[in-house]
Design a protein around this ligand. Sequence first.
Ligand code: URA
Length: 248
Amino acid sequence: MGPLRHAYLDALGIDRWVPRNAPAEVASAPLVESAPLPAVNRAVIPPAAPFVPLPPVSDWGALRERVAGCTACAELCRTRTQTVFGVGNTRAEWLVIGEAPGAEEDRQGEPFVGRAGQLLNAMLLAIGLPRETVFIANILKCRPPGNRDPKPEEVSRCLPYLSNQIALLRPKIILAVGRIAAQNLLATDVPLARLRGKLHTFGEANTPLVITYHPAYLLRSPADKRKAWEDLKFARATHARVAAAGSA
Ligand code: URA
């Protein structure tokens, strides 16, 4: 055991174990002489201040800027290339919400641009919605490193941005793709299989919310594309009903 290790054990108040047959000078060696303790910063680190979201803003430019400069999550803002605000028509009637940017989205600054994005585009087009006619955003605006799941505290720090986007867009319908989006929008841990096939609502405006599978999941499990198609038709019918009621 080296002298520095002795020093740490002593500093921590942990007994040093010395072999019975160790020479007396080892057993009783005054460690401070051989290894001065490195200075330890004993200042009490105050607990992190509770996160207080800023009040919502009333225009897209200000919101985009606020998101771009966000440093609320220490790890994410250190590891991201850039924030991924969302993309699309700011007058869209449809809002599509995914989980979080992946590697390609982090590089390009736009949601759903990788393989899952191509399938999402095809899913939307199948119900008559070219990508540029909807608005697409994510629960998180930054890529979680290694594509891990978003942490609850990251979601709670980022959700005010999505709420602000929803308040500005006032969509007629929200389509949530995947478990993470569905569960966080509904504040539930009910499995996705039990959330799809039903009409939910989101927020104070009671915006209709339909849940379907994440396109990345569908790439891995193409057998479930049939169920996703049922969800998409259900969303299209819901939108038609809401739009008709709005114009009556
Ligand atoms: N998966 C998501 O949920 N969002 C993206 O933007 C890309 C992949």
